[in-house]
Design a protein around this ligand. Structure first.
Ligand code: BGC
Length: 762
């Protein structure tokens, strides 16, 4: 079971923040960072998915909630009162571990107090995957050779700020607090400034193997504080458990203080062990769906499991009113906003392992459709303009200002120009429908999104009279180094695809159910003339492609920019800026932040020949700085497609280790959720080479690094789960519900239900 554990035995101030992210726990409803109660956190963090507040900030952000883990321990004897924490004691021993099989975070520390007592503390924490509002932490304390009293000070710390590291943006999102004192513990109601909506937290601390009294309850700075105490015998180990529950007014269930207390009481009655057992069962069932086994490469195996575990944790109990932020539920980075990262990088993992969650993610886009329609209207377009950065309502919330690579204030243009997200969302609807054939979803929700995005693109196209073509000017493609460009191939290509698919679904729906079709088209006032317009324009959308050259120009004018190639790398293998480069001038160079044209080739491989893909890969790979964590996974996938196998494993490792090694230098702000999704993509669709071709046929065309003995994974295709095992010699496919046909090297094979079909690797 070792390969389901991430362990760290070295405490380092420098790495504290990124480790708090790596060891964070979440269940898709809430997340708590992997902070250690006895050590000043770098960034403490408790979050509920979808709870945003703007307050004094320029845009709403995911609120960092009061910290319910807050606990202080003191020893009292004739020598006086000594606090037990990293500041006032010497650290003798340290280890922390994420046990992904059990879904728990554990740590063990030994501290030497000023008076020379050795205090050994162990803790185990989990956030329930069974009952989403519940979390618990268990502590074992033993003070060697000490007899005296131990005081435990428990609070819910409301001295919490978002952006606490940046004095300019440091914000507390609460207007006021109401401490709660009840028989078995403490609680607090915190009121958000924008809406006065409530967050209710309650905790109860229960001794497990001794008696503990409550000495005092008081209220300090509007927070509840309880002091518990017990007499301590030399060398005995004392164990107690803190049970916590958390609700918000956004929950679909009752969130009155009475309901919250009732939930806490149920939790207390269930007890830690039973709750943990139920939580574990849920996690086990999930591993059964999502696990990927790599034999022969332990480091990669563990890191890959960390990625899929944290990705799953970010969404497991999600509902349709929120989606996964770029940093999961693991940190404040990107203000908790939702980007294209979700649909393009994370969504496929859910689609092929847990399609219900994939559907919920799309339902979030449906629930934010009114916001997207408003965005389009306010910027002079029609239909739905999904925001580049999204929160609960679907309104564009990209901040207008940010920091350049030189640390200077710069205008952020992504929210103004990165339109491609609209088609990225449409594309995920296509993938969802193809993999599930969920007609109900398409009729009730998917079609409406597709129609509204079709209307948007139609209003966004600009006619070029002299060339008799439609263009899309002044956009930003996925590569954000180039900010205001014309006819970005990625954007134009996907806009065209979006219009085509929207038109296809229009006629499909008309045939399938004329009543529902009429209701929807009447509701959104979609007239046949609009769809006729789409069909006329589709053929005239300009896709820059020079017939003489295989290398496709990313956007008009790219080939005329100042030429740079990457020649130097840092110790993590990440590219270094060329020496004479001025990073304020990136817009004028051929350097890329992340794949753009290659991104398109990854998404629509059937539109390009092998030679085209190879030449473009060779050209753009040498110019890509990977300044986004979204970049390496796509390079891994493409390097396999174009048989540049030397690159594949390295890019895979960069993806896997983004947060575990903090190779982008900002993991303290949360996980790079897109990169965790990219890790799944690279493993299953890269090395495992599972893909669906244009005839909706399952294909497997694997390639394994030499070091690996085998790779196995599971996917669900149209309700049919299947096991895939790949070695250097053989490919085995075992469908579990129905027999299937699949392709390997253009040949069709049949796999009978419940049996492994074995094919020799050529
Ligand atoms: C990337 C975007 C991404 C965002 C959030 C940016 O650095 O360039 O593609 O959506 O981060 O992860």
């Amino acid at each position: 079971m070792e390969n389901y554990k991430i362990t760290n035995k070295l405490f380092s101030e420098k790495e504290k923040g990124s480790k708090e992210t790596v060891f964070a726990l979440a269940n898709g409803y809430m997340g708590i960072r992997g902070t250690i109660e006895f050590c000043e956190p770098e960034l403490s963090g408790t979050f509920i998915q979808g709870v945003f507040n703007k307050g004094d900030m320029s845009v709403p952000e995911l609120v960092n909630l009061p910290d319910p883990l807050s606990i202080n321990v003191y020893l009292i004897n004739e020598a006086g009162l000594q606090r037990v924490n990293f500041n006032s004691c010497n650290l003798l021993d340290f280890s922390e571990e994420l046990d992904m099989r059990r879904g728990v975070f554990l740590y063990s520390v030994s501290l030497k107090t000023e008076n020379g007592y050795r205090v050994n503390i162990k803790s185990e924490r989990f956030i329930s995957w069974k009952n989403k509002h519940r979390w618990a932490a268990k502590y074992w304390i033993n003070v060697e050779k000490f007899s005296g009293r131990i005081l435990i000070e428990n609070t819910i710390n409301n001295n919490i700020y978002n952006n606490s590291m940046n004095p300019l943006d440091k914000t507390n999102h609460f207007g006021h607090f109401r401490p709660l004192n009840f028989q078995d513990g403490i609680g607090m109601v915190s009121y958000l400034t924008d809406s006065n909506k409530k967050i209710i937290q309650m905790c109860s601390t229960v001794p497990e193997n001794f008696r503990m009294n409550r000495l005092k309850y008081k209220e300090e700075l509007n927070r509840p504080v309880e002091i518990l105490c017990f007499d301590c015998d030399k060398n005995r180990e004392y164990c107690f458990t803190k049970y916590g529950v958390i609700y918000s007014d956004y929950d679909l269930e009752d969130s009155s203080p009475e309901a919250v207390e009732k939930e806490l009481n149920f939790f207390l009655r269930n007890g830690y062990d039973k709750e943990l057992k139920e939580h574990r069962r849920e996690i086990e069932d999930n591993w059964d769906r999502i696990d990927i086994k790599i034999d022969g490469d332990d480091e990669v195996q563990r890191a890959l499991r960390w990625c899929i575990f944290q990705l799953n944790s970010s969404a497991y109990k999600i509902n349709e009113y929120s989606s996964i932020g770029a940093k999961g539920l693991h940190g404040e980075g990107y203000k908790g906003h939702v980007f294209w990262d979700t649909e393009i990088f994370m969504f496929p993992f859910f689609l092929y392992t847990n399609p219900e969650i994939a559907k919920t993610l799309l339902m979030y886009r449906y629930s934010t459709l009114p916001g997207a329609i408003k965005n389009a209207f306010e910027t002079g377009y029609k239909g739905a303009r999904f925001p580049w950065e999204s929160e609960r309502e679907g309104i564009e919330v990209t901040p207008k200002w940010g920091m350049s690579y030189k640390g200077e204030k710069v205008r952020i243009l992504t929210g103004d120009h990165e339109y491609h997200i609209i088609a990225d969302i449409a594309l995920s609807i296509y993938h969802y429908y193809r993999a599930t054939l969920d007609n109900d979803f398409m009729m009730r929700y998917g079609a409406e999104i597709l129609f509204q995005t079709g209307i948007f693109w139609n209003s966004r196209l600009q006619y070029n009279d002299s060339m008799d073509r439609y263009e899309i000017k002044n956009v930003m493609g996925p590569d954000e180094f180039h900010e205001e460009v014309d006819n970005n191939v990625y954007t134009n290509f996907l806009a065209r695809w979006n219009l085509k698919y929207s038109a296809y679904i229009y006629f499909w729906m008309k045939r399938k159910n004329i009543r529902v079709f009429r209701e929807l088209t009447d509701k959104i006032k979609l007239f046949p003339s609009e769809v006729d317009g789409w069909r006329e324009k589709i053929e005239k959308i300009y896709i820059p492609r020079d017939p003489k050259s295989k290398v496709i120009e990313q956007f008009e004018g790219y080939f005329k920019l100042k030429e740079y190639e990457i020649t130097k790398h840092d110790e993590n293998g990440m590219p270094l800026w060329p020496d004479d480069l001025d990073t304020d001038e990136l817009n004028n160079t051929t350097l890329l932040k992340q794949p753009d044209l290659l991104m398109l080739m990854y998404l629509m491989p059937e539109q390009f020949t092998f030679e085209e893909m190879k030449e473009n890969y060779d050209f753009y790979e040498r110019r890509t700085m990977h300044k986004s964590s979204l970049s390496p996974s796509i390079h891994c996938l493409l390097s396999i497609s174009v048989h540049e196998y030397d690159h594949s494993y390295e890019y895979f490792k960069k993806t896997l280790l983004t947060d575990l090694y903090d190779n982008q230098g900002n993991s303290a702000l949360g996980i790079h959720a897109a990169s965790t999704g990219g890790a799944w993509l690279a493993a299953v669709m890269g090395f495992g080479r599972f893909y669906i071709d244009k005839d909706d046929m399952l294909n497997f065309d694997p390639w394994l690094p030499e070091k690996w003995n085998s790779l196995s994974y599971k996917i669900i295709w149209r309700g049919n789960p299947m096991e895939i095992e790949i070695t250097h010699e053989k490919l085995r496919i075992k469908p579990l519900k129905e027999s299937i046909f699949f392709k390997y090297t253009e040949k069709i094979f049949e796999a009978t239900v419940g049996e492994s079909k074995e094919v020799k690797i050529l």
